[in-house]
Ligand binder design. Structure first.
Ligand code: NAD
Length: 381
């Protein structure tokens, strides 16, 4: 059984974000809450977008208190702001943190339950106000996904999953990525690669998702280094497109152990999502290989590996390729390097098993396995 439900229009192109005013006009919105963060604003990314809204006679107010790994307070504040300003539409401009804040605030506006009570699948009962997303990183794919992630008071990253969370329109404007520093291109790009690899290799079968995932892996494998080197709009365009494809793939086919283990790392130790995924990815791939060697061989081939004898050898070469990518992109080698403390492991192991992505991981996984992977990725072995 598999299903394809993608109720989002995707607009891609240089300067596509400056058509945003007419997008909201056609949605019959007259006052839009723009959700973003200080980094995006300081990079000057909102100027032309706000002008486009004003030119189309769409009023806008700015909610700019988005924090990384948005928490309950952040998304409730955004909801309260929308209501007090009597808005009738939402525009998210930023990375996954801004888009997820906009989605969660939207869910709170039309649903009476607390946000964490909507955690899991299918608990958002009513559609959101009209929501358009403009991503400015090349990672999360949140502009097309059916999920928002909100950190609760216990540092647990609660995934809220519903087709209502898919934005009406995703506007992909590669020009907005030119201000991204190399470290963010690298980290968010490795996040997108992780999405595609997990969606392709986990236990769920969805050919459309696989097709998007393979294309995303191919594009990221070729574009991530030149994009992170700076000044290459073509490579950034490819990364942006690929991260959206990867988002489609995991919306249809979900994820795996990397995400189950990286969410506690971000929730407890504040390691950025992309960095946490990038550090864990080769360790989890190595562990998972025997669970789905054919799937990981496909990953390797999409990354450009040729000429290995046998499926397992090809799959292993894919892991080496990912290790090499992390190294060339300057991703920290271990969790020790980014300030994670070993005494957090017991709680992180417990939280890993709260994720639905463990059950669909290509290889059965025990608490001991997770502990070994955390320890190895802590030490950088
Ligand atoms: P982010 O949104 O947290 O942004 C990271 C930093 O990059 C911020 O300081 C921001 O100001 C800055 N930034 C963003 N765009 C910039 C630009 N063009 N120029 C300069 N600076 C820029 O990072 P992210 O990795 O995109 O998002 C991570 C969040 O997304 C996490 O909370 C994660 O859980 C969530 N996520 C959501 C989904 C989903 O489908 N909903 C999927 C994966 C991750």
């Amino acid at each position: 059984m598999s299903s394809i439900h993608l109720p989002v229009r995707i607009e891609f192109g240089l300067d596509s974000s400056i058509t945003i005013g007419s997008e909201f006009r056609s949605l019959k919105c007259s006052k839009v809450m723009v959700v973003s963060d200080k980094g995006v604003i300081n990079a000057g990314l909102l100027d032309k977008i706000l002008k486009s809204l004003a030119d189309a006679k769409v009023e806008s107010v700015l909610y700019d208190n988005v924090v990384p790994d948005p928490d309950v307070k952040c998304v409730e504040q955004a909801r309260d702001f929308y209501i007090s300003e009597r808005c009738d539409g939402i525009l998210a401009v930023g990375g996954g943190s801004s888009i997820d804040t906009a989605k969660a605030a939207g869910a709170l506006i039309t649903n009476s339950e607390p946000i964490v009570s909507m955690g899991g699948m299918g608990k958002v009962k009513n559609p959101l106000p009209p929501l358009i997303a403009i991503p400015t990183t090349c990672g999360t794919g949140s502009e097309v996904t059916n999920v928002t992630v909100v950190t609760d008071e216990y540092h647990f990253k609660v995934p809220i999953i519903s087709p209502y969370l898919i934005p009406k329109v995703a506007v992909l404007d590669p020009n907005l990525l030119t201000s991204l520093p190399p470290s963010l291109v690298a980290a968010t790009g490795m996040d997108a690669l992780t999405h595609a690899i997990e969606a392709l290799t986990n236990k769920l079968e969805n050919w459309y998702a696989d097709m998007c995932a393979i294309k995303a892996i191919e594009m990221i494998g070729k574009a991530i280094r030149p994009a992170a080197a700076g000044g290459n709009v073509k490579a950034l365009s490819e990364m942006l497109y690929a991260s959206t494809l990867a988002g489609i793939s995991f919306t249809l086919s979900r994820l795996g152990l990397v995400h189950a283990m990286s969410h506690p790392i971000s929730g407890f130790a504040g390691v950025p999502h992309g960095v946490a995924n990038a550090i864990l990815l080769p360790y989890v791939m190595s562990f998972n290989l025997v669970g789905n060697p054919e799937g990981y061989a496909l990953v390797a081939k999409a990354l450009g590996i040729v000429g290995r004898s046998g499926v397992l050898e090809t799959a292993k070469a894919g892991v080496e390729e990912v290790i090499g990518l992390n190294h060339q992109l300057g991703i920290p080698k271990s969790f020790k390097d980014v300030g994670v403390k070993e005494n957090l492991f017991p709680q992180m192991i417990t939280d890993t098993f709260k994720s639905g992505n463990v059950a669909i991981n290509p290889r059965r996984v025990s608490e001991k396995d997770v502990e070994i992977i955390y320890q190895a990725s802590f030490a950088g072995d």
